[in-house]
Design a binder for this molecule. Structure first.
Ligand code: FPP
Length: 250
């Protein structure tokens, strides 16, 4: 990944945090009479270009949904291939993320992943821990319901241990136990591949996120489509429950 310069800030608001469901790899391959694996490999290349463009446009946090809790239901061969792709991508890209001041982290149920992959993930997290230009989070074996459930378990453990008064449980305490704790909520959610749903992604965190959908299949998601999403975001009025008049007055 070449060191991309952040483009001149424009007057148009840019989302600080973008969250993406990368859908359509399989159909992209099918359209070309290729095996699904070819679609996932093409999708991995789009991950790289999307990271680069995010940095250039001044996005400071990017969350990518790479493998959901439900993706375990796919044929074992495809699951194995995706895990292999994650390993290869880690080995290939981490040095460059490191060189480009990108912090890489993972969210998801690591207990379900192969120890070799978990070790490489942890090593990549440690290596890039001090970087600040882009906070890149990859969701692997992740589900929004899983995240809320593990947070509830932690809170119950704290209550049982006497370190949390259940009466004092509030949104901040719950958010602090999610795997996304400490990160800003996504400003813009993008889903490629034509479906208009959240599919158990960041259920808590997307509460006030602007949603944007495109029929473009993930391997074809390029700068111009990304730019369309950013342009659309720039025109949205975010009210967070307030009235338009209140916003104008502030
Ligand atoms: C959805 O397309 C995509 C996935 C389930 C996997 C996403 C993986 C990548 C983009 C590859 C590499 C990722 C990283 C982080 C290196 P689909 O298979 O559901 O497509 P379909 O809906 O057309 O079948």
């Amino acid at each position: 990944m070449p060191a991309p310069a952040t483009e001149q800030p424009s007057a148009r608001p840019v989302p600080r945090h973008v969250a993406v469901i990368m859908d359509g790899n399989g159909r992209w391959a099918q359209q070309r009479s290729l095996p699904r694996a070819a679609g996932h490999r093409a999708g991995a290349r789009t991950v790289r270009s999307t990271i680069e463009y995010s940095v250039r446009r001044g996005v400071t946090a990017l969350t990518l949904f790479a493998f959901s809790s439900e993706n375990w239901l796919r044929p074992a061969e495809e699951v194995g291939l995706l895990m292999q792709l994650f390993l290869e991508a880690l080995d290939r890209e981490v040095a460059e993320l490191d060189a480009n001041d990108v912090r890489l982290r993972f969210i998801g149920d690591r207990a379900r992943l192969a120890p070799a992959l978990v070790d490489r993930m942890s090593a990549a997290e440690e290596r890039t821990a001090d970087h600040r230009r882009l906070d890149l989070v990859v969701a692997v074996a992740y589900g929004g319901r899983w995240d809320l459930t593990q947070a509830a378990k932690r809170l119950m453990g704290m209550a049982q241990a006497g370190t949390l008064d259940p009466q004092l449980l509030d949104e901040t305490a719950l958010a602090g136990c999610l795997t996304t704790a400490g990160r800003e909520q996504p400003d813009l959610f993008i889903r490629t591949g034509g479906e208009r749903r959240i599919s158990n992604f960041l259920l808590w965190d997307l509460a006030y996120t602007e949603l944007w959908f495109t029929d473009t299949l993930w391997p074809d998601f390029d700068e111009s489509i990304y730019e369309s999403a950013l342009e659309d975001f720039a025109g949205r009025q975010r009210r967070f429950g307030r009235t338009a008049a209140q916003l104008q007055a502030s």
